[in-house]
Write a new protein. Structure first.
Length: 255
């Protein structure tokens, strides 16, 4: 096969070029995650801000959340946006697979696969934490007409309390998971990375706000979702970088 028929793909060139840039990115993320983590722990243990915000959407007289069963919030703000974020992930998976045969998608195959792995792992991670959580949703808490107590973050569950399975915010994780695209494309396609970052943050906060209005989550639940998704993507991005630096150069020839 002639030389012009072969494309030399160096798996680690993407990462060697911007080593110093990544070092700065790493330090910035460690500092930001540490500071925000301390703040979010305080918010989730104090509860004052959560109660103040949620109180604006709770009818004290009738002991209900008036918008809990709102068809607009439930169908558009909940179901539609959730399906839309899932659609983004499905498109990413399809394009990743097509990249093995389509030459125009071949250069995007790697970041697309990274996006799918990070976004999928983020959604599964949040779902697992929520399923094992002791914290209850606002509409299940005694002060809002429910039957479960409010528990500060990291509280030990006693035997007579039923787990609430409502921390962190599961719905918002669908939107925030899109920030995985920022980590995947930040070096190869900066414009795409910014688009994913803005879209993920907007979708995540909108989806989280919808749940706050409905009484399904506190603000701190959604902030922790963002923190956990970002931290997981940051770790996975670093792991992918490390593995890529260890993989030797390989030559791929395409007809």
């Amino acid at each position: 096969m002639s030389a012009d028929q072969c494309n030399i793909l160096n798996f680690n060139v993407r990462y060697k070029v911007k080593t110093k840039t990544y070092r700065d990115f790493f330090i910035l993320n460690v500092i930001a995650l540490s500071i925000s983590g301390v703040i979010f722990i305080w918010l989730a243990r104090d509860g004052a801000l959560d109660f103040w915000i949620t109180g604006h959407f709770f009818d004290v007289k009738n002991h209900i959340f008036p918008f809990e069963n709102s068809s607009l919030l439930e169908n558009i703000g909940h179901t539609f946006l959730k399906d839309l974020t899932a659609f983004f992930l499905i498109i990413g998976i399809v394009l990743s697979i097509l990249g093995f045969w389509n030459s125009s998608l071949r250069s995007l195959r790697r970041p697309l696969i990274s996006f799918c792995v990070m976004a999928g792992a983020s959604a599964l991670f949040i779902s697992f934490l929520k399923a094992t959580s002791i914290h209850a949703c606002p509409w299940d808490i005694e002060m809002y007409g429910g039957h479960l107590p409010w528990l500060p973050l990291f509280t030990q569950l006693t035997t007579h309390i039923v787990p609430g399975h409502c921390w962190p915010g599961g719905h918002a994780s669908g939107g925030f998971a899109l920030v995985a695209g920022y980590f995947s494309f930040k070096e190869d396609r900066p414009a795409w990375a910014r688009m994913f970052l803005i879209t993920g943050l907007v979708f995540g906060f909108v989806m989280g706000f919808v749940q706050i209005v409905r009484g399904a989550h506190f603000l701190s639940h959604n902030l922790w979702t963002l923190w956990l998704v970002w931290a997981l993507c940051f770790v996975l991005d670093g792991l992918i970088r490390y593995i890529s630096l260890k993989v030797p150069k390989r030559q791929f020839c395409y007809p």
